[in-house]
Write a protein that binds this ligand. Structure first.
Ligand SMILES: Cc1ncc(COP(=O)(O)O)c(C=O)c1O
Length: 494
């Protein structure tokens, strides 16, 4: 039972990322696998390992005692293999992981303790208890190619083994490779890249570039918009609860317009002289996946042209095919048939590895002079390798066509379910930015809990809207699976 031993005492050559398993985790996986037969085995193990602290990594002698016990205890090969497999993916118990987070993680967000993921396979995710879930939120749209990706793993391994990092200003080959391949996906004329590490950071830099180009500081953002958590991104994010604690709620350079209301934008531009506009074409986090009206978008572009203003299109969530309405719509702007002056991209860009960018037309990018900005990690070789492989896979997998097909399937499925469950209200499906109303926040939480019990992981909501951002590679049969589970989860909601 070498596999079991290796799962308890880690092999530094093969798994330098690990530590040794704890007795608490051994107890947990025994319970997960043997369920009501677990207790007697746990008692036996405890009597063999008297006084071993539950959360201390086991040593080699203790590991041998456990392996000897399990192999002689009459468990089937399959049971032993499952115990080993669960230890392989986590040597730390669920309870200890939660306690460590409670003790040492700053409470900047509500901790999600219900599912602790350890392994992904396509659109599926396994937790520390060995239970599999269909993932319907893709880490806010970052893991669109699935929760694990062998090709990206191999590329990152090769890159880390040769050149792990390089500062932003030095030319390097991983970036050159990326630049050679990316252009077919980008909107016409947007060919100047400036890479960052998070969406918020890229929004910040887009604002700096727009300010440098226009020589102005006033910005029009939109009610219901969300742009991230850095100082600049929070400043242009609508919800006051994100701005007020940091004194970013009364800034004289940010002005919020009504979304989908061109007259209001025009009025604000007149009043403030603003020459910079930032928006999400499909408002996600804060507005429940609300798409812009096409008429509004065209008039906005027209207005910006008349006034000599720049439009920053924040596609951090909407980009890389997520909002496609026809094949080839890699970005929401393509589905609206407009080209922004600057675009911010992120999340899905690296297939889950952090890489983001501001993309702009040449003359706009050129407003940034040497010394105006810089970044230690922006566009580093690991990030560029992940972006090269992820974007290539998106093209090869024909992701935009899949998004169009799965979006239609979900929309039709929701409409059918609404006949049976009148609690369902407005349905929104722009590509795979999907949401529907359940009438109240309470109903949303109940539905999310019921879905989790039925093997579907969902954690996104905006008020009474339950939101879904499934991986863009989700298959027809997986959407069917989801719709069946949703039907069950909605039973009893009113
Ligand atoms: C539209 C939009 N912009 C920016 C961001 C910020 O991205 P990040 O969390 O990578 O900083 C988000 C994150 O959800 C987003 O949805």
């Amino acid at each position: 039972m070498q596999k079991l031993r290796d799962a308890i005492v880690y092999n530094r050559t093969l798994h330098p990322e690990r530590t040794n398993a704890t007795l608490e985790r051994i107890h947990e996986v025994t319970e997960n696998v043997l369920q009501d037969r677990a207790e007697k085995h746990i008692d036996q193990l405890n009597s063999l390992l008297l006084n071993v602290p539950l959360r201390q990594p086991l040593n080699e002698v203790q590991a041998d005692i456990i392996v000897d016990y399990f192999t002689g205890s009459g468990l089937s090969r399959d049971e032993l293999a499952r115990i080993a497999e669960q230890l392989e993916y986590s040597e730390i118990s669920t309870a200890e992981a939660i306690d460590l987070h409670r003790q040492y993680k700053m409470p900047v967000s509500r901790p999600e303790e219900d599912i602790i993921p350890v392994k992904g396979d396509g659109c599926w995710i396994m937790d520390t208890k060995g239970k599999w879930y269909l993932d319907m939120d893709s880490n806010y749209s970052a893991t669109n190619l699935g929760m694990a990706n062998r090709e990206i793993a191999v590329g990152l391994f090769n890159q880390a083994s040769t050149l792990i990092s390089m500062k932003e200003d030095r030319i390097q080959i991983a970036r050159a490779r990326f630049l050679k391949e990316i252009h077919s996906m980008m909107p016409e004329g947007l060919d100047q890249f400036y890479w960052q590490n998070s969406g918020g950071e890229a929004v910040d830099k887009a604002l700096k570039i727009a300010k440098a180009f226009t020589g102005t500081t006033n910005v029009i953002a939109f009610k219901g918009g969300f742009h991230g958590r850095t100082h600049g991104a929070v400043a242009v994010t609508w919800n006051e609860k994100y701005r007020k604690p940091f004194g970013l709620h009364n800034l004289d350079w940010v002005h919020f317009a009504e979304f989908n209301n061109i007259e209001n934008v025009e009025e604000l531009m007149e009043k403030t002289g603003a020459k910079i506009i930032i928006l999400e074409l499909v408002q996600g986090e804060e507005a429940g996946n609300r798409p812009a009206d096409p008429e509004f978008v065209h008039r906005l572009w027209q207005l910006a042209k008349e006034k000599g203003a720049l439009i920053i299109d924040d596609e951090v969530q909407a980009g890389f095919g997520r909002t496609a309405v026809k094949a080839g719509d890699w970005f929401a702007c393509m589905s609206y048939d407009v080209v922004p002056d600057l675009m911010v991209i992120g999340k899905s860009f690296g297939g889950g590895y952090p890489v983001t960018a501001v993309v702009a037309r040449k003359e706009i990018g050129n407003a940034m002079r040497h010394g105006y900005d810089g970044s230690t990690f922006g566009g580093n070789p690991m990030a560029m390798t992940a972006a090269l492989i992820a974007t290539r896979q998106m093209r090869e997998k024909n992701v935009t066509q899949n998004v169009v097909d799965r979006s239609r399937q979900l929309y039709e499925g929701f409409k059918e379910l609404r006949k049976k469950h009148p609690v369902m209200g407005e349905i929104r499906c722009r590509g795979l930015m999907v949401a529907f109303s359940l009438g109240s926040e309470e109903n949303v939480h109940k539905a999310q809990e019921a879905l989790a019990k039925n093997g579907v992981k969902v954690s996104l909501s905006t008020g009474a809207f339950i939101r879904f951002l499934p991986p863009t590679i989700i298959s027809r049969s997986e959407v069917d699976y989801f719709l069946k589970r949703l039907d069950k989860a909605l039973d009893g909601l009113n």
